[in-house]
Design a protein. Structure first.
Ligand SMILES: [Fe+2]
Ligand SMILES: [Fe+2]
Length: 473
């Protein structure tokens, strides 16, 4: 199957995978489509479904011209199936089958593992739409409202991407999994989403900005390692998803950046750190939100050492971030690295492990490095008022891996349970913080106007001014 980069929009399901050439698959996906739309109506954004929103839609998976901007009502968004072009010479870049041609069909022995990887990834996509569904009621500007909807429709499309793979390559099981992706719901007590962070609430825009910065960035790293997969259709799907994902992280990085900027303005104007009386967000509150979203996102990488991760790698199912740029044997069977852990004395120490078993830790290290870049940028703004934000220690507030149950302070000290509890309100968002943040969440819907707790963006979108009517009210 070689794909033309151009997407066929005359079809019921836009695609560049020649869906019309496989009637059975086409019919199966066309019968999933109304269920998806029903899910979107039931659990997508709670309002604005009938409004015109200035959205981008993929028209080609080429480098240029892949995104087309125009006004669309969200339920009429052309969700479809878009894979990056096939490279006929692509070979497996790592693991036991390194150097062999990549797979266009799934080898039987890897079926169960690949299905699991695809389902776990697929589950996060609609989960975030569910988590964010009420945010449209309190957007700080039309610009932000539009960005939220862009993220939401693209997460919906990422669900399509995974559902296509399930339907096309996994037969009956795949079709069942595709149904289940619409049946599990974020925060549902009986049938929750698979991963913890995707059952947390995203109740306000401050959380949304931190979520898109930290949690969508986990998505970037997961997709980037699946892009390395020997299963070529998965690789090509992820490659295209990553292009869309970049915008989500832009929303987070610039969102937090604009909050920080506004905080600094208010601090200077009123010569105080306590900007709450002036409707701003103080740095200590921002730090607590950062601590929360960062630590729950670290959990998404799984335990530092993992036999599953080692097996996925050896089998060629899931690689490392930028696998091909690495100068090693891409087998990792005689490579060692250290991971942070608690030593026998209960202090933070290190232990040496086989690199092959520590791939989750390696991916997480790359992620942490990436996270730090945004924090540095925010700190350039904060330097003006002598403040800074910090990523907490890797052991802080963890529910997965080496530090589960340990009382690690943000600065990396292991403290007593009492000390940890008595500092909880300094380290993590409190009820009071949440109430205050909630009180700031007043919708602003006049083009170009911004809520008082966030600065305007540096520029508009796609050549449009900041005061453009991005959502037609
Ligand atoms: Fe996504
Ligand atoms: Fe995303």
């Amino acid at each position: 199957m070689s794909s033309a980069p151009t997407i066929d929009y005359s079809e019921k399901i836009p695609n560049n995978v020649d869906l019309a050439g496989d009637r059975r698959l086409q019919r199966a996906l066309e019968s999933w489509q109304p269920k998806f739309l029903q899910w979107w109506r039931d659990l997508g954004p709670v309002a604005f479904q009938d409004h015109d929103v200035y959205l981008r839609t993929a028209i080609s998976t080429d480098q240029e011209g892949w995104a087309n901007f125009g006004f669309v009502k969200m339920p009429e968004y052309r969700w479809g199936i878009f894979l990056a072009s096939q490279d006929p010479n692509r070979t497996i870049a790592f693991g036991d089958n390194m150097g062999e041609p990549v797979w266009q069909e799934i080898p039987g022995e890897h079926r169960a593992d690949l299905r699991r990887l695809i389902v776990v990834q697929g589950d996060t996509e609609p989960a975030s739409v569910e988590q964010q569904r009420r945010l449209c009621e309190t957007a700080p500007s039309l610009w932000d409202l539009r960005n939220l909807f862009q993220v939401n429709v693209e997460e919906g499309r990422h669900l399509w991407a995974m559902v296509y793979l399930l339907h096309r390559y996994f037969g009956r099981d795949g079709r069942d999994e595709a149904e289940a992706l619409l049946e599990r719901n974020s925060g549902d007590l009986d049938n929750p989403r698979i991963l913890g962070a995707f059952n947390e609430q995203t109740p306000d825009w401050l959380s949304f900005f931190f979520f898109t910065y930290f949690t969508d960035r986990d998505g970037k790293y997961q997709l980037a390692s699946l892009r390395e997969s020997a299963f070529d259709p998965l690789s090509r799907t992820c490659q295209f998803m990553l292009k869309e994902e970049a915008h989500h992280m832009f929303v987070g990085a610039t969102g937090v950046g604009r909050v920080v900027q506004r905080t600094v303005e208010l601090m200077k104007e009123h010569d105080t750190e306590d900007v709450r009386p002036y409707g701003g967000l103080d740095v200590a509150t921002l730090q607590r939100y950062l601590n929360f979203h960062y630590s729950v996102s670290l959990d998404l990488f799984g335990a530092e050492t993992s036999t599953n991760a080692a097996n996925y790698y050896a089998a060629g199912l899931k690689g490392r971030f930028h696998e091909e740029d690495r100068n090693d044997d891409h087998q990792l069977k005689s490579d060692y690295r250290t991971i942070a852990t608690l030593d026998d004395g209960g202090r933070v120490g290190e232990r040496e492990v086989l690199s092959l078993t520590a791939l989750n830790a390696t991916l997480r290290d790359d992620y942490v490095e990436d996270c730090a870049k945004g924090v540095e940028r925010w700190n350039r703004t904060l330097a003006d008022v002598g403040c800074e934000l910090r990523l907490p220690h890797i052991g802080f507030h963890r529910a997965v891996g080496e530090f589960v149950g340990a009382q690690v302070a943000p600065d990396g000290r292991v403290v007593s349970a009492e000390e940890w509890e008595s500092n909880r309100s300094k380290w993590l968002p409190t009820d009071d913080d949440q109430k205050y943040v909630e009180s700031l969440m007043q919708p602003v819907r006049e083009p170009g106007k911004m809520a008082g707790w966030v600065a305007p963006p540096a520029s508009g979108l796609h050549g449009k001014p900041v005061d453009y009517e991005y959502v037609k009210l």
